[in-house]
Write a protein that binds this ligand. Structure first.
Ligand code: UT7
Length: 320
């Protein structure tokens, strides 16, 4: 028994902010952002929230799968930017889509969040516990960015992506996931401090800090090795892969991974040009765009990979 994706959906906020828009409010330029990252514009929330974007993406994925919320056993939302400390985003989605029998929880694996959620659903399926799941990656990163730090805020955007997955005879062929907590400091967003009667710390909320070059080095070395291990596990040759749908952090990372794997860049679809980096939402938003464009053919093999804060990474080989 394995796991098949039977529907996808996504939601991007209505407001679009171009590089030129940012250059009007900070010391940056379209030229710098575009050449260093490949990003041209991003969507930022105005009235949307992480929860509302999840609900819309979930409804679209259910419609694409042709099933109702009542059929869902499990909902997992990969996010680092939920609206509440509690309840979880997933519980709010459960209520909104009428998934009364579903168990629902959030998962924090940063940019690998959707992949970890997919692998968790897969493990439940393999154990025979659940049959149908809704997995999401969703972020409102604009609220945890330091808008005075041009080296991070220009990179990220807001959005949500979803997939309906089902226990099936074919689909997910192999996966791996990993973490390296010893490098946690290279991409950090701290929680509020403690002000209990015994301690007094700064309780203001901090923003995300990133050592971009360290994360870059991690990504271009870890991702190709992870992809190769997953292909070996499934005994699938790299030539059989139609697409590598990777976390969308930087076009130079995608180009470097393609080069290291000796694969044409054409097999690396891109959404970062119009979305920026969406952390956990990157992979499912990209996957939905590929699905909408008819790029995913039945029986075709694709690789998904997410990587980022933690440090975390996860790679999945799927037969569509
Ligand atoms: O999703 C999680 C995973 N995250 C990633 O994978 C991110 C990986 N890292 C990267 O993509 C790249 O390291 C960045 C895009 C973040 C940065 O690119 P870089 O080529 O490593 O640039 P840099 O940090 O070395 O900065 C080069 C210069 C600096 O100026 P000086 O010191 O050379 O004078 C920066 O101050 O660019 C400057 N700079 C900017 N200039 C204009 C930094 N941000 C900006 C900006 N606009 N927005």
């Amino acid at each position: 028994m394995t796991t098949r994706i039977i529907g996808t959906g996504s939601y991007l906020p209505k407001a679009v902010v171009t590089n030129d828009d940012l250059a009007k409010i900070m010391d940056t330029s379209d030229e710098w952002i575009r050449t260093r990252t490949g990003i041209c514009e991003r969507h930022l929330v105005t009235e949307e929230t992480t929860t509302s974007m999840c609900i819309e993406a979930a409804k679209r994925a259910l419609e694409n799968a042709g099933i109702s919320g009542e059929e869902i056993d499990l909902i997992i939302v990969g996010t680092v930017s939920g609206d509440n400390m509690t309840p979880s985003t997933a519980c709010e989605v459960q209520a909104a889509i009428g998934a009364a029998k579903a168990v629902a929880f959030d998962m924090n694996a940063a940019c690998a969040g959707f992949i970890f959620a997919l692998n968790t659903a897969h493990a439940y399926f393999q154990a025979g516990i659940y049959k149908t799941a809704l997995i999401l990656g969703a972020e409102t990163l604009s609220k945890i960015m330091d808008w005075n730090d041009r080296s991070t805020c220009v990179l990220f955007g807001d959005g949500a992506g979803a997939a309906v997955v089902r226990a099936d005879e074919s689909g997910l062929l192999a996966f791996e996931q990993g973490c390296d907590g010893s490098k946690a400091h290279v991409l950090l967003g701290k929680s509020r401090g403690n002000n209990n009667p015994l301690v007094s710390t700064d309780t203001s909320l901090d923003y995300v800090h990133m050592d971009g070059q360290e994360v870059y080095k991690f990504a271009v070395s870890t991702v190709p090795a992870s992809v190769q291990r997953v292909l070996e596990k499934a005994n699938v040759s790299i030539d059989e892969i139609s697409y590598f749908a990777l976390h969308q952090a930087n076009i130079r990372i995608l180009q470097s991974v393609a080069k290291r794997l000796k694969v044409s860049e054409d097999k690396f679809p891109i959404s970062l040009d119009h979305c920026g980096n969406l952390s956990a939402a990157s992979v499912p938003v990209l996957l939905d765009e590929m699905n909408q464009k008819g790029m995913l053919k039945k029986g075709g093999k694709i690789v998904l990979s997410g990587f980022g804060a933690g440090l975390t990474w996860g790679t999945v080989l799927l037969e569509w």
